[in-house]
Structure formats: C-alpha cells, structure tokens
Design a protein around this ligand. Structure first.
Ligand code: ZN
Ligand code: FE
Ligand code: FE
Ligand code: FE
Length: 167
C-alpha cells in the first residue's frame, strides 16, 4: 500500500485498490519475465516463460476491460508485494552458479509470483460476487485459470526435468 493512497472505506474502494494493485503487478511481471527468460537454460522452462509472457500481456488487456466496465481509468498502484517477490527472485537467481540449479530457482521464484496472482484474482472474484458485478467475473476467472495452469506447468517442468538435472 502506497503512503499517500486514497483511503479505502467501502468494498468498492477495496475492489478498485486490488484491481490497481494487480494491474501494476502484471506490468512488473511483463518487465521481469524477459530477464528470467534470458537466464533460463532448460528449453521447456524457457518456452513456458515465453508463453506466459504472451498470456500476461493479454491479461493486462483483460484488466483494462474490467476498468472500463466499472467506469474507472486503467491505472496501477504500487504493489510492494510483487516488487519484493521480483527483487527476491533476482537476488536468489544471481547467487546460483550451476545452470540446472538456477533453473529450479527460476521456476520456484515464478511460482511465488503465480501464487500472489492467484490470491489477488481470487479476492477480486469474491469481491465482484459480493458487489453484484457479475459481468466482469468471466474476465477475472479466465486470468485466474491461466495463473493456476501456469503454476501447475511450473511444478510439472520442475519435477520432470529441471530438478532431475540439478540433482
Ligand atoms: Zn499476474
Ligand atoms: Fe498474470
Ligand atoms: Fe499488492
Ligand atoms: Fe502469471
């Protein structure tokens, strides 16, 4: 939460804040993923990151549709959580010399990002239900499904290839 942000008084305010938070987070993720792709050795993991980068760009468009549907300008608010997760990922990854071990560190850092996103979209869907904004739920649900699929894919890749090479 930023220092001089607008006070949150109602569920509407909380919904808007959470939407701005994930809008900012998705943008930071599109900046971080190319750097992660560069550092990834395993081709399957690299391809997974590349396809999630394209998905993330589309998720940003979906969020803009949600802003439009609720009559608010699309803007982000600093999310200290995602900034922290990305900062931690960079510092852990830069400490790893072995490329197979680095891939595991990249995959596990990416899962921390996915889990943050899953919690945010889950909250937005539940708030949208409570606020009766049912028309925007499919947009949020489509992205939540992609985040969950990305998380599962990372587990799969880690368990089948990356960890084995690192062991
Ligand atoms: Zn996201
Ligand atoms: Fe996302
Ligand atoms: Fe946040
Ligand atoms: Fe994601």
């Amino acid at each position: 939460m930023a220092l001089f942000m607008k006070p949150i008084k109602t569920l509407d305010d909380l919904f808007l804040h959470t939407l701005q938070d994930i809008y900012y987070a998705e943008q930071q993720i599109t900046k971080a993923l190319p750097q992660m792709i560069e550092k990834t050795h395993n081709p399957q993991l690299r391809q997974g990151f590349q396809s999630h980068l394209r998905e993330t760009e589309h998720q940003i468009t979906r969020l803009e549709q949600v802003f439009q549907a609720i009559g608010e300008p699309a803007k982000g608010t600093t999310c200290e959580a995602i900034d922290g997760i990305i900062k931690e990922a960079k510092s852990v990854v830069s400490d790893v010399d072995d490329e197979a071990v680095r891939d595991v560190a990249l995959a596990s850092s990416a899962q921390a990002v996915e889990h943050y996103e899953i919690s945010r979209y889950g909250t937005l869907i539940s708030l949208a239900h409570q606020l009766g904004r049912t028309q925007i739920i499919p947009h949020l649900q489509a992205t939540l499904d992609e985040e969950k699929a990305a998380d599962r894919k990372l587990t799969e890749i880690s368990e089948s290839h990356v960890n084995r090479q690192a062991a």
